[in-house]
Design a protein around this ligand. Structure first.
Ligand code: FNR
Length: 360
């Protein structure tokens, strides 16, 4: 049997295969509420054979949205429209995951196709952003206000409340977003964290907020369900967060009951140079898997079935996450199964399109 189509059991949850939909912002919500677009978008991956469908970065607080059109989960009103989506995902034999996020100093920005970039002015629906320190991400981004310790404590609670709502909405995997230069990553990196209290300075202090958020989420997330954390394994920048920091952090997260590190990179500096190429972040997933003894997810320019299979077969990661390739082809997983000679669960409605011998 191929590794790609081997189920993965974490705690009491079994993912039917090793293919996950990487979280991807759709910038298509009003007031953070999921709608028909999100149902069709995420639903297609579930009927397309992905084992795990992870929602886009979903804001734990309204001011944590990257754009005013991001999904949110900061109130109970967000639960029902998300529950409609998780019900459909489950009906297709897939598992629904959610990425819990706060954008920090990268919040309150225009969505990519707005025709303008950077900060949404207050008069046009933008808001005051928050961060570890009052430092802009880039010139056209908002100037954030530095969070007080009391505000950090409230945010830890916001992550826990969001997790409780996610559970009520039917999600079975929660991922804390601590990558890509968003709030939790802003605390990790010396480039954005210039605090001199217990949340800044030493490695121990910079990881404190993330550890507290993870502990708070783990406390409300059932023991029977997995919790993941997405990190940027490196800032790709002098003086920034490093791969060695990531290994040390992953060990700590493992100790707090995190089940998998979803290993991405970058997002801290707009000016960083990233050597893009097929599977360019897979080595980081491999390093964390062996260095910290924790399951990892590999992501970034994974596009071919054989490539994904190799990553798993060589023990570099336990899951593969795909982003843009799935946007191009939501049925990637069904085709990958046929390529690897594995039977797949084609939706009965689509059976007439299935290659001979590839139906489970
Ligand atoms: C992303 N990415 C992303 N990452 C994340 O952690 N949360 C998010 O909400 C988003 N949003 C998002 C939107 C869109 C349109 C794209 C293309 C990407 C990053 C994504 O999850 C993934 O890590 C990268 O795209 C690299 O993987 P691929 O696309 O090379 O498979």
């Amino acid at each position: 049997m191929s590794r790609l189509f081997q189920p993965l059991t974490q705690r009491g949850l079994t993912l039917p295969n090793r293919i996950a939909v990487s979280p991807m912002c759709q910038y298509s919500a009003h007031d953070g509420l999921a709608n028909d677009w999100h149902l069709v978008h995420l639903g297609a991956y579930a009927s397309g054979g992905a084992g795990l469908v992870i929602s886009e970065a979903t804001a734990v607080r309204a001011d944590g949205r990257i754009s005013p059109q991001d999904l949110g989960i900061w109130s109970d009103a967000h639960i029902a429209p998300l529950a409609r989506i998780t019900r459909f995902i489950r009906s297709q034999g897939a598992v629904a995951g959610i990425q819990l996020a706060h954008a920090g100093r990268k919040a309150s920005c225009f969505r990519p196709w707005a025709g303008r970039s950077g900060e949404v002015p207050l008069a046009e629906g933008g808001w005051t952003t928050v961060a570890p320190s009052a430092l802009r991400f880039a010139d056209n981004y908002p100037l954030p206000s530095a969070l007080s310790e009391a505000e950090i404590a409230a945010l830890v609670q916001d992550f826990a409340n969001a997790a409780r709502r996610a559970l009520a909405a039917g999600f079975e995997m929660a991922e804390v977003h601590a990558a890509h230069g968003y709030l939790l990553h802003q605390f990790l990196s010396p480039l954005s964290n210039r605090r001199d209290d217990q949340y800044g300075g030493s490695f121990e202090n910079r990881i404190r907020f993330l550890l507290e958020a993870v502990q708070a989420v783990r406390a409300v997330w059932p023991d029977s369900l997995p919790l993941w954390v997405r990190i940027s394994a490196t800032d790709w920048a002098e003086g920034g967060w490093t791969l060695e920091d990531s290994v040390a952090l992953a060990e700590r997260l493992r100790g707090l009951g995190v089940d998998l590190i979803d290993v991405s990179s970058g997002g801290m500096l707009a000016t960083a140079t990233i050597p893009l190429g097929p599977g360019y972040q897979v080595g980081f997933a491999e390093r964390l898997r062996h260095g910290a003894g924790i399951a990892t997810g590999a992501v970034g320019l994974i596009t071919a079935a054989a490539q994904a299979e190799d990553i798993l077969a060589q023990g570099k990661a336990d899951m593969v996450l795909l982003g843009r390739e799935l946007l191009r082809n939501p049925y990637w997983a069904l085709n990958a199964a046929a390529e690897l000679g594995e039977p797949a669960q084609w939706p009965p409605q689509y059976l007439r399109a299935a290659p001979v011998g590839s139906v489970a």
